[in-house]
Ligand binder design. Structure first.
Ligand SMILES: NC(=O)c1ccc[n+]([C@@H]2O[C@H](COP(=O)([O-])OP(=O)(O)OC[C@H]3O[C@@H](n4cnc5c(N)ncnc54)[C@H](OP(=O)(O)O)[C@@H]3O)[C@@H](O)[C@H]2O)c1
Length: 292
């Protein structure tokens, strides 16, 4: 298998995946709404960046021609969940069936469930269902929050700690089991090579669980800006998120707060599939947070 179409492949996970797969000799096509913003990927020798509207079914069919595998990483934290998380996976599944794509891999989110408390998690569950209905052999991954150089998670906390004397924190007791982006990439790459992963759904977690307050305190300390952290009660968390929704690209929404109402952790003892060993956050985060 050599030609892989990566939809949503220009973001945080996509960039790491493109580096890994290009290095392993795969030829990749990366559609983007604005390829000029991700020129750093075009320096990879076997990566082809193309401007395309992946929501257009005819465009999807053209993109898939000549590829043996498709990976879908398109996702958003706020905005039109129905379009990006539900309709798009359905379209990708149908197009992949028609184009006889041998492998389809989809990245959803840990906690995706029809009865989840947030629209984000509900839409991720509906997207999985739409994808499976169209292409039952798809392999689905559900990562917890993903960290690594370029993340918008620990790096955001480090930035906040640099700017604020005291960090007011929404959902301080929310639980996460952060997974390193390179471990996520390893799981995606392993699935490509393992036909027995067809039709399976895998959770992806790091080795340890943390509260959000512990993670923010850690990012603040390691980046050189230790700060007092004041956990906000639920009502104030919702109020802060609501105020942020007025910003053009809100760093937090009320839906994000509702997402954090369910622990974002794997069942006890489970981390990564395929015999992969999960990398501790403390082994990686200082390399990109120190001096942030
Ligand atoms: N990062 C995490 O902590 C985390 C945790 C759990 C699950 N996930 C899931 O993992 C996947 C990858 O996450 P990521 O962190 O790499 O995301 P990211 O950095 O925000 O990248 C998102 C990608 O989706 C594409 N995209 C965004 N809006 C789109 C739209 N309206 N139509 C079509 N494409 C659109 C972007 O492409 P262009 O802008 O180039 O068009 C980009 O390539 C997502 O499905 C996300 O939900 C991430």
């Amino acid at each position: 298998m050599k030609h892989v179409l990566v939809i949503g492949g220009t973001g945080f996970v996509g960039s790491a995946l493109a580096c890994r797969l290009a290095g392993a000799g795969f030829a990749l096509t990366l559609p983007s709404r604005r390829p000029e913003r991700v020129r750093h990927l075009s320096v990879l020798p076997t990566v082809r960046l193309v401007q395309a509207d992946v929501h257009d079914e005819a465009a999807l069919a053209r993109l898939m021609a000549g590829h043996e595998a498709v990976i879908n990483l398109a996702g958003i934290l706020h905005g039109d969940f129905e379009r990006v998380h539900v309709a798009l996976p359905g379209k990708i599944g149908r197009a992949a069936r028609k184009a006889d794509i041998a492998r389809l891999i989809h990245v959803s989110a840990l906690g995706a469930a029809a009865d989840a408390p947030s629209l984000y998690l509900k839409s991720k569950a509906a997207g999985e269902a739409a994808l499976r209905q169209a292409y039952p052999a798809a392999t689905i991954f559900r990562p917890s929050v993903i960290f690594g150089r370029g993340d918008s998670f620990l790096s955001l906390f480090a930035r906040l700690a640099r700017l604020l004397p005291i960090v007011p924190l929404v959902s301080p007791e929310a639980r996460f089991q952060p997974v390193w982006v390179e471990d996520v990439v390893s799981a995606l790459a392993a699935a490509l090579a393992q036909p027995e992963s067809c039709g399976a759904t895998y959770a992806l977690c790091g080795p340890r669980q943390y509260t959000l307050k512990e993670l923010v305190a850690y990012a603040a300390r390691v980046s050189g800006h230790p700060r007092p952290i004041v956990g906000l009660p639920f009502a104030l968390s919702i109020l802060q998120a609501w105020l942020m929704e007025f910003l053009p690209n809100p760093p937090l929404t009320r839906d994000n707060v509702w997402s954090m109402e369910v622990p974002n952790v794997c069942p006890q003892g489970s981390t990564l599939p395929f015999g992969l060993e999960a990398t501790p956050l403390e082994a990686i985060a200082p390399s990109y947070l120190a001096g942030h």
